[in-house]
Each structure stands twice: as C-alpha cells, then as structure tokens.
Design a protein around this ligand. Structure first.
Ligand SMILES: [Fe+2]
Ligand SMILES: [Fe+2]
Length: 365
C-alpha cells in the first residue's frame, strides 16, 4: 500500500503550554510538528523546511503574528503555505486584519481538539489539491510545448523529404543554430526557440513542384525562379500562427536566403535589416549543406568549407557572426565530427548487415 505522506505543521506561539497542547493533539492525529516560540524564529524555520501549514499566534512579543504572516505572503517561496491564526481576541478589527494579510482561517482560543483537527485537515486537503493541480497544469504545459516542438520537426522533415534533403540535415542545422545563438548571447530559452524554429527553414519547398525539386542537373532560369519562391511560400504558410515557435519559424523561413550584402532573396534585405534569426540560420544551413553529402552534391572537405565561410564574411554572412563562428570553431567541428562518425557507423553497420544477409542466402543455395 502507498504510504500516506506525513504533513508537516509549524506551530508558532510564545506560550509554552499552548504549544504543548496543540503539538500533542496534532501528533496524535499523525502530523509532524515543529514548534517555534517567536515570529523571527518562525520566519527562519520556513526558510529551512517546507511546511504544509502554519498555526500562528497573533499576540506575541517583538513581532506579532499579523506581521509574520505579512512577511510570509510577500515571499513567493512561502506565500502559498496556508496560515491559521490562533487568537484570544475575536474583535472585528483583529479578525479583518488577519484575513487582510493573507490568513486562511482563525481559531479562537481556547478551542476544542475536534475543532482544531477539522480546520487543520480542511486546509491541508485544500493545499494538497492545489499542489496537484499546479503539478498537473505544469505537466500539461510541458506536453503541449513538447508536441509543438515535435510537430515542427515532423513538418520540417516532410518539407526536407519532399525536397530530397534529409531529416538529418534539419537536425544538424538545429544544433549549429543553437550553438551560434548562444554564442551571440541569446539565453537558453530563446536559443532553443530558434533551434526548433530552424527546422522549418525550408517548409516553403512544399509549394515547389516536385519535378523542379527533384531534377537531376542544373535548373533552368525559370525553374530556379520557381525554386526561389520557397521563402515567400514558407512565410505565407506560417503567417497566421500566433504561437511564438511558429512566429520565429516564419522569420527563419522568410529570411534564411537573404545575404548580408543585400544580394540575397526574396527581399534583398541588407545587413541587420535581416533579422538575427535569419542571419544565424543562414550560416548554420550553408555550413551543413557544404559539410554533408546530398543526393545532388558531394560533401566538401572541411578546410575548403572553412575558407569558404571566411570568404563569405560580409558578403553572404554577417561578419560578426562569422567571427563568433571562427572564435569557437572547435564547438562546430565537434558537432560536425559527431555526425560524420555517425554516418560512418551507419554505413558500416548496414554493410555488415547486408553481408550477413548475403552469406545467409549463399548458405541456403
Ligand atoms: Fe531554403
Ligand atoms: Fe536547408
């Protein structure tokens, strides 16, 4: 059987006898109890231990229960712990103050044991319910975010598949993008957003006729014109989404073929008129396209790629980003090498598998 969680209650009262009575009743009912005799000590205790409920005397020397509660409620870490006041005074002013500073309930001293337990149990049950709800909401939010991200990669993969590129290209571009984005100074959250958004950079290729996309050999001028429509089409496809991920993806889809010197397409944007998302993904996309084999081209040698990247600084690419790239080139080469090794391993493994099947067939003959 699942063990029932023992709830921890903090009792704050400067009168020793009161504390002893409350402590005994609560412990008999199965609660864990910590007692403090002053407001200051109580505030210190909540910093060290997580309590499920606080029973707080109002009239205490130095710091009253009302003041203690005020402090508890302004600190986000303790604001959600329910407070029940224990008080001998039940005049209107005291009671209204007790609620005003965030108290959940009050108990008039002296109280019956049954009354104390009933109030305590209700508050604890409510708090547990709240906590579960918070956890469920967080879990659901995580799931929704995760779904969005996965959806992006699926869509990106479909677009790349349609355009004869590989899903692996999408994943690698995402990794290069993330690294460059953090080097640029984006925090993890924004860099992750851009990383995931980058997977849709070529989504617009879904709108390019497949005989053009899949053509072996050089495109004619008019075919190339068609091909160059993919950033516009990508932007249009993502136009109406209000989700931050898709908004970022729209920028990337629209601007990843712009060039720093203004010679790119579709809008011939120049310099920092090109959104930083577009400038970053342009580098990641080209670097990957050169570094890995495609159906229509061989992969380049790494030295060739690096000198090309340097050469394109200020022309195709933002020179500031190219500098960041070269200052940290080992990071990019690390990602590059991991993927090169993966491809080699895949090849070896599938060759072995093929050989195995051939041997098996030969034996049967
Ligand atoms: Fe593209
Ligand atoms: Fe690409």
């Amino acid at each position: 059987m699942k063990e029932k969680k023992q709830h921890h209650i903090l009792v704050v009262d400067d009168t020793k006898e009161n504390v002893q009575v409350v402590e005994k009743v609560l412990q008999m009912a199965g609660y864990k109890v910590t007692a403090q005799a002053s407001g200051v000590n109580a505030l210190r205790a909540v910093k060290q231990t997580e309590f499920d409920l606080i029973l707080l005397d109002i009239r205490m020397p130095n710091m009253s229960g009302i003041e203690v509660c005020r402090f508890l409620k302004i600190d986000p870490e303790t604001a959600n712990i329910p407070v029940i006041f224990l008080t001998a005074e039940t005049d209107r002013e005291t009671i209204s103050k007790a609620y005003k500073v965030g108290g959940s309930d009050y108990l008039k001293k002296p109280f019956y044991k049954e009354e104390l337990l009933a109030r305590v149990e209700t508050r604890i049950r409510l708090r547990d319910y709240e906590k579960n709800l918070e956890a469920t909401v967080q879990q659901r939010t995580r799931e929704i975010q995760e779904t969005q991200v996965q959806l992006m990669y699926v869509l990106g993969g479909i677009a790349e598949g349609h355009s004869k590129e590989t899903q692996k290209h999408v994943q690698r571009v995402a990794e290069f993008t993330y690294r460059l984005a953090t080097l640029y100074g984006m925090d993890h959250k924004e860099a992750s957003l851009l990383k995931n958004a980058s997977s849709l950079h070529d989504i617009g290729k879904l709108g390019v006729p497949s005989h053009i996309l899949h053509k072996n050999g050089k495109l004619t001028n008019s075919e190339f014109k068609e091909m160059k429509k993919h950033p516009d089409m990508g932007a249009e496809m993502l136009e109406h989404s209000t989700l931050p991920l898709f908004k970022a993806a729209k920028i990337v889809a629209y601007e990843h073929h712009e060039k720093f010197d203004g010679s790119g397409y579709p809008r011939k944007l120049k310099g920092d008129r090109i959104h930083i998302y577009g400038r970053i993904v342009a580098i990641a996309d080209v670097f990957d396209a050169l570094a890995f084999k495609r159906s229509y081209k061989e992969q380049w040698d790494i030295q060739e790629i690096l000198s090309y990247m340097k050469d394109m600084s200020g022309k195709h690419f933002d020179p500031m980003l190219v500098d960041l790239f070269f200052d940290n080139v080992d990071d990019f080469l690390k990602i590059y090498n991991i993927h090169i090794q993966k491809i080699e391993l895949d090849k070896k493994y599938s060759n072995q598998k093929r050989k195995g099947i051939m041997n098996w067939l030969l034996e049967k003959l």
